[in-house]
Ligand binder design. Structure first.
Ligand code: SF4
Ligand code: SF4
Length: 92
């Protein structure tokens, strides 16, 4: 089974409140923008030099927090979703 097929089995209980946000001012000054390469769900995008982030589909792996604060510019504000929301892993 491919990774993409396994990921497609997961279920998300979407919270209207974002559990991860990014600080655009810090992102603008972030030289390497490692979040673009490290999020396994590809939730960070670069458009016209600006970082766009969508928390829907987050796998709650914590990679972006570690990578941003160690190799980026500290622009990620990271929390788990509120109780009852977020991803339900179903490995198939
Ligand atoms: S690594 Fe952090 S500071 Fe840099 S662009 Fe990504 S979210 Fe912004
Ligand atoms: S926690 Fe993982 S899946 Fe969620 S945005 Fe960060 S890197 Fe992507």
């Amino acid at each position: 089974m491919r990774i993409e097929d396994k990921l497609a089995l997961n279920v998300f209980e979407l919270d209207k409140e974002a559990h991860i946000t990014v600080d655009e001012a810090r992102c603008e000054k972030c030289r390497d923008k490692p979040c673009l390469r490290c999020c396994p769900a590809v939730l960070y995008r670069l458009e016209d030099g600006r970082i766009f982030f969508n928390y829907e589909g987050c796998l709650e792996c914590g990679t972006c927090l570690i990578i941003c604060h160690n190799y980026g510019n500290g622009g990620v504000n990271w929390n788990y979703p509120r109780g009852g929301f977020g991803i339900y892993y179903r490995y198939g």
